[in-house]
Every structure is written in structure tokens, then in C-alpha cells.
Design a protein around this ligand. Sequence first.
Ligand SMILES: [Zn+2]
Length: 168
Amino acid sequence: MRRIRSKDTLPELMLRREMHRLGLRFRCHSKDLPGKPDIVFRRKRVAVLVHGCFWHQHLGCIEASRPQTNSKYWSPKLARNVERDLKIEYALRNLGFETVILWECEIERDVSRAADLVKRAVERRNPALSSKGQDTLFIYSNKRSTSLSTESTRTTDRVILNRRGAAR
Ligand SMILES: [Zn+2]
């Protein structure tokens, strides 16, 4: 599938620099994960997706609704992008990842807040989940993805099914 997000955009670079400053270490553009998340914390299983406001249709954002010369062409295309984003988030969560969606305009407005949001998401992940990686058949997180605008932080991560159980 063609990649709709462009790699290493300025907001993304700003965010990565700020996250480094906070002492966070992560991988970028993990090709083996759905949607090639921009920033990935493997052990903690947190995936950060930096979304361009126009391509991913940031709701209520001026960048998302800038005038289009050929709306017959763009409308379905953008709708497909949004639908694809949802599928990617769902697939990542099914793999046990918490997804953090950051919009480019929000990063540009306050990069330290955006980086802090990621830091908190990483910190509240239970390390026990990942150290048992070998035994983990399926981790389901029904937590909604975190975003700056809807900052609900209810943690309801749960369910680890251990196939091998005590036999190990
Ligand atoms: Zn925006």
C-alpha cells in the first residue's frame, strides 16, 4: 500500500528532538508494524503516529479544510486515508500497542506538551507486559488512543492470555 504520510516532516523532527531531550529512546518508522509508525517504543509497546492535518483530516483544524481546487478527486481520497488510519490503529492495538496520535499543528504549537504526552504514555505502561513477551498470546488494550485534544487517560489495558502457562 502506498504510504500516505511523508517521512521526517518538520513537526516530526521537532518532536523527536524534544523526546530525546527528555531522555526517551525509541525507533523510527518500524517497517514491520502496521502503518509503519513514526516513533515506536518496542519494549513498552507504544506507537506514536504523527499525522499531517490535511492528509489525515484533523477534525476542526483549519489545515484540514483548506480550499481544494479539485474536491471530486480529494474527498474520497481523504476519506480513504481516515478509514485507513482507523484500521492501522486497530491493528496496532490488537498487537498490544498503545497508540498515541499527534497532529502536526499541535506539535508546532507546543512541542514540549506533545513530547510530554508521549513520555507519560510510555511511563504508565506496565513493564511486566513486555518482559513476558514470549508467553503473551494476545494483549488487548481497549483504551482509546491518546491525543492532545481528547486527553482521556483512563487505563484499562488488560488481558494477557498465557498459552503455555505453568508448563514453561
Ligand atoms: Zn491540525
